[in-house]
Design a protein around this ligand. Sequence first.
Ligand code: BEZ
Ligand code: FE
Length: 289
Amino acid sequence: MRNVTADTITEAVLRTIADTTEPRLRQIMTSLISHLHAFAREVELTSDEWMAAMEFLARVGETTQTDRNEFILASDTLGVSALVDLLHNRASDGAATSSLLGPFYINGERMRSLEVGGDLIGDNEGEPVVVAGRVTTPQGAPIAGACLEIWQNAANGQYESEAPEHAPGNLRCKMFTDDQGRYRFTTIKPVAYTVPYDGPVGTMLQALGRHAWRPAHIHFRITAVGYRPLVTELFVADDAYIDADAVFGVREPLLVDFRRIESPQEAAAYGVTEGYALVTYDFGLQPVA
Ligand code: BEZ
Ligand code: FE
C-alpha cells in the first residue's frame, strides 16, 4: 500500500473495510467513503478547504450542548434530515404526512398532561386559537387513547427551552384522545421564527446568502399501541416563509387555515368564545406492519 495514488486510494481504503462483518455498516461506510472521495476529486478540494471543513465540524461539536444540537441543525439546514424523513415516511392512503422533529422536542416532566379541551394559552400573549380533530386509522376509524405530544413557540418566536422567562413547560403538553379519537386544545397562533443562527451553522447560512426563518407551525408527535409513531407539524398556510423554510419541512398536506370562528354556536361547539380562530385536522396513523 506504499504506492497509493490519487487514482488508487479509494480502492485501498475500501479494501480495509471489506471484511467488516456487519453488512449494513459495510454498505453504509463503503458508500460514504466512495462519495466523499468522489466529491474531493470533483471539486479538486485543497488542503486549506478541507482544514476549514474540519474546523467547522469542531465548532459544531463545541456548540453542541444538552439543549442544543448543532449537528442536527447542520443536517436540517442541508436538507439531510428532510431527505431521510421523506425516504422512510412515505404517506400512504389515509395516513398523515410526516415532517421534522426539530431540536425543541422534550419528553419529560415539562410535558404536562392536558385533558381534551384543555388550555395551553395560560398567560401567553397572541391570537387565541382552538385546534381540534381526531386521530384515526387509515380507514378513518377513531383511535382512542392515542397520545399527542404538542409543542410550539410563543409570541416572541421562542420555544420555552430557549427563553428562561417562559414558565417551564410553556406551550407544551401531552394529551390522550377520547373514546371517539378526538383531541382539542386552545393555544395561541404560532409565529415564524429563525432557527438558532449564532453558531457555526448560522455562519454557514450567512456565507451562503441564506436566511434562517421557518414558517409558523405547531409540532405533534403522536403514538398509539399498534401504530407507527407519527412526527409532524401543522403550518400556518399564509405564512410569508411557507415556500422558504430554512429546514425544508413544509409539505402541502400539512398547511392549515387559521380561520375566524363565525358564530356563537360554532364557538360553543369547540368550547370557546367568538374571538378564537379555528384549526381542524385529523391525523391518520399507519398500523405497524
Ligand atoms: C423546529 O421546528 O423547531 C426546528 C426544526 C429544525 C431546526 C430548527 C428548528
Ligand atoms: Fe419548530
